[in-house]
Design a protein around this ligand. Structure first.
Ligand SMILES: [Zn+2]
Length: 295
C-alpha cells in the first residue's frame, strides 16, 4: 500500500483510480515524474511502474563502489536502487518488462539482439498489454517521440507504450485477458520556458548549468505550447529527492541534480509537467491534474 499523506484526502479511492508509468531505465521515473508518483500514491491512486530494462550499461558514479568490480552486477544493483526509490515514492507495484539496456545512441551495443532496441516490437507491446489489462489504468504516462534525449531505449519505450495504449482494447489483434483501453495518454514534457528559468537561476547561484548551452534550451526541452498539464508536487519534493538519491550509481550526492535543489530550493522540482496527447474524456487545457475529467 502507499504511504498515506496526512494532508491529502484519499481522492483516488472514491473510484479506484489507477496510474501506469512506462519508463526505460531505473531513475527515469524519479527524475521525470517522482513527485507525480508520490502525489498520486498519497492520494490513494493505484500506481504502477513498468521499467523496460534494468539499466545494465549505465554509469557507476557511486563512490563506494569499484566500477570494475560492480559493472558485471550493475543490473542487480540498479534493480535494488529502483526498489528503494519506488518504496520512497509509495508506488504500489513495480514491473520489469525484462529487456536489456541498449546503451547510448550510436554504440555497437545498440545492435546486440538481447537489447530493448533490437527487441521484437510486437512482443514488447504484448508484454505491456498484459500489464495494462491487469492493472486497468485510466491514465498512462511515458516518454515522447524523441525519448527525451534520443536514447534508443527511450524511443523504444515511447513506441511500445503507444502500441499498448491503443491495442490493449483489441483482443483480436492481441489475445489474452480482458480488453481495456486507458482514457488518457501523456508524455513527460520539459517546457523551454521552465528550462530557461532554471538555467538562469542556476547561473545566478553559480551551479553548473546543464539546462542550457549558449542560451539555447537543452535538446529534451519542448515548446511551451505542447505542455498541457502542470502538476503541483511541491509537497513531495523531499520524496522525489530521496528517490533520486536511492539511485546511488546514477545520481551521486555531488550531482548537479541535487545541487540544483540546494541552489533553488523546492522551486527546482516543485512542479512536474506533461503533454496530454490523447483523452477520451472532457478535460481542460491547461489542467493541473492527470485525472481531470475522470474523478
Ligand atoms: Zn533513461
Amino acid at each position: 500500500m502507499s504511504a498515506l499523506s496526512p494532508t491529502l484526502p484519499q481522492r483516488g479511492k472514491e473510484k479506484q483510480l489507477s496510474l501506469l508509468a512506462v519508463e526505460p531505465h531505473p531513475d527515469d521515473e524519479s527524475i521525470g515524474m517522482g513527485g507525480t508518483l508520490a502525489r498520486y500514491s498519497a492520494e490513494g491512486v493505484r500506481t504502477t511502474l513498468v521499467t523496460a530494462t534494468r539499466g545494465e550499461v549505465g554509469e557507476i558514479l557511486d563512490k563506494d563502489l569499484d566500477p570494475k568490480e560492480a559493472a558485471p552486477r550493475l543490473a542487480t544493483i540498479r534493480e535494488g536502487e529502483l526498489r528503494n526509490a519506488v518504496k520512497v515514492l509509495g508506488v504500489d507495484e513495480l514491473v520489469f518488462l525484462g529487456y536489456e539496456d541498449s546503451g547510448m545512441a550510436g554504440l555497437p551495443r545498440n545492435r546486440e539482439p538481447k537489447t530493448f532496441w533490437q527487441a521484437d516490437e510486437e512482443e514488447a507491446i504484448e508484454r505491456l498489454i498484459q500489464v495494462v489489462r491487469r492493472v486497468r489504468p485510466q491514465v498512462m504516462v511515458t516518454q515522447n517521440e524523441f525519448g527525451g534525449y534520443a536514447h534508443p531505449d527511450h524511443i523504444k519505450t515511447h513506441r511500445v507504450a503507444i502500441g499498448a495504449f491503443f491495442y490493449a482494447g483489441d483482443v483480436k489483434r492481441f489475445p489474452g485477458g480482458e480488453p481495456f483501453r486507458p482514457s488518457k495518454l501523456y508524455y513527460s514534457a520539459f517546457p523551454k520556458s521552465l528550462m530557461r528559468q532554471m538555467a538562469e537561476a542556476m547561473e545566478r547561484a553559480g551551479v553548473e548549468n546543464r539546462f542550457s548551452t549558449d542560451g539555447e534550451p537543452p535538446p529534451f526541452a519542448v515548446s511551451d505550447d505542447r505542455v498541457t498539464t502542470w502538476l503541483d508536487v511541491s509537497q513531495f519534493v523531499d520524496k522525489k529527492l530521496a528517490a533520486m538519491r536511492a539511485h546511488r550509481t546514477q545520481i551521486p550526492e555531488d550531482s548537479w541534480f541535487l545541487k540544483l535543489n540546494e541552489a533553488l530550493g523546492p522551486k527546482a522540482w516543485g512542479i512536474e509537467t506533461f503533454e496530454r496527447v490523447r483523452s477520451s474524456v472532457e478535460a481542460p487545457i491547461p489542467e493541473d491534474d492527470l485525472f481531470a475529467g475522470l474523478r
